[in-house]
Design a binder for this molecule. Structure first.
Ligand code: SF4
Length: 148
């Protein structure tokens, strides 16, 4: 039986990005040869629409570009994603880098200027706190080396 891995749905081609597009990534898609991939979109799980305004994290809260506080939607989506990961005994998640939900290690700094800072997205952070290893899409090889 294949190990189950949580994956950002936009990396598998789902049009769930804020813009209505996706972040399809061949290397991520190829992981389905080795793992059972479970697609998630924390922002959609939190009830946010497609398309929607882009959001960034500032001082621990999430704001849309026009200044709306969407933190609770992001938290709801993160909780839902954690539930799915735990129900499926996923040891790891492969998530979209730099996203305010899915980013891990580096995220945008809240200024909407494309500037990165150290930090984690709301969902990536919750998964990490609960013992689920988080990898970005440029770390597919590492995921394979650790979990295959
Ligand atoms: Fe992709 Fe995550 Fe953003 Fe959903 S919340 S569109 S899965 S980066």
């Amino acid at each position: 039986m294949k190990t189950k891995i949580i994956v950002s749905a936009c990396l598998l081609g789902a049009n769930c990005k804020y813009s209505g597009g996706n972040n399809f990534n061949e290397s991520v898609k190829a992981l389905e040869n080795y793992f059972e991939l479970i697609p998630v979109c924390p922002e959609c799980f939190g009830g946010l629409e497609i398309p929607r305004e882009p959001s960034e994290i500032k001082d621990g809260r999430v704001f849309s570009k026009s200044g709306k506080d969407v933190t609770e939607s992001f938290k709801t989506g993160a909780e839902h994603t954690l539930y799915i990961a735990q129900e499926n005994n996923c040891p790891a998640a492969l998530l979209k880098e730099r996203s305010p939900s899915c980013g891990f290690g580096k995220i945008y700094d809240g200024s909407f200027t494309g500037t990165l800072c150290d930090g984690n997205g709301i969902c990536a952070s919750l998964l990490d706190e609960n013992g689920i290893a988080v990898f970005g899409e440029t770390k597919c090889e590492k995921l394979l080396s650790l979990y295959l």
